[in-house]
Design a protein around this ligand. Sequence first.
Ligand SMILES: Cc1cc2nc3c(=O)[nH]c(=O)nc-3n(C[C@H](O)[C@H](O)[C@H](O)COP(=O)(O)O)c2cc1C
Length: 264
Amino acid sequence: MRRDSVGYTMMVAAVLCIVCSVLVSGAAVGLRSRQQANKDAFRKENILIAAGMLEKNQSVEELFEARIQEQLIDLATGTPASPDAVPAPYDQRSAARDPDLSVGIDAAQDVAGIKRREKYSQVYLVRQENGELEKIVLPVYGKGLWSTLRGFLALEADLNTVAGLTFYEHKETPGLGGEIDNPLWKAKWPGKLLRDSEGAIQLEVIKGQVQAGTPRAQHQIDGLSGATITSRGVSNLIRYWLSDNAFGPFLDQIAKGNLGESDG
Ligand SMILES: Cc1cc2nc3c(=O)[nH]c(=O)nc-3n(C[C@H](O)[C@H](O)[C@H](O)COP(=O)(O)O)c2cc1C
């Protein structure tokens, strides 16, 4: 075949396409397990960050394995999910959109703006060396201004004192809503109280600065300036996920002493 013919050009283009697509799909398939491992390490790292336990020079994997117990719970009851009810492996994110594995949220209760939520959620129990419960870490998400904010909220074993909050995914504007990643802002969370003495959720990001010494200061976090909508999104997702419609039943189980003992 002549090298300057149309047929030859088409053949070279076709061979190039086939070779490249084999290379790309080979790389995608070959690297899948490594991608999954990286995703898993990132999740564990963020859980440790929320719990205030991430330490330099220590393996995330080892720290996680040594101190954290993962549990899949049925949000409706707060008890461990029955293995028959949940497909394995369980992808919580896609479950939140699966009609069989999620429930719709009434508009009046949907303060986090997520419309549906998964029926089953992972929770993370942080154990002391003697096996006693030290903290719990809960996955939380809800609407910000431009995006869904996804993160972890950690509570001390009293289930009322915040141990930490971190977001691992969002598309808010850097310098505005994106300041939810700022370590100085995240440092304002530990020690704040979730509920008042009546048990109502009061933890919130306010507009402006918290007035130290006022009765509500223990529940309040400074707002992000120029980012009231993202700030409100953070308050709202906490209000939803810690309510009786989401993790409330699980928190009740822990308060009753169920699940609080180490199984290992
Ligand atoms: C380009 C651009 C990006 C913005 N990004 C955010 C954001 O990420 N989060 C947010 O709450 N507000 C953001 N805003 C501001 C909101 O539109 C709104 O004005 C603001 O949330 C009000 O907050 P303030 O009362 O503190 O000014 C952005 C505005 C502009 C023009």
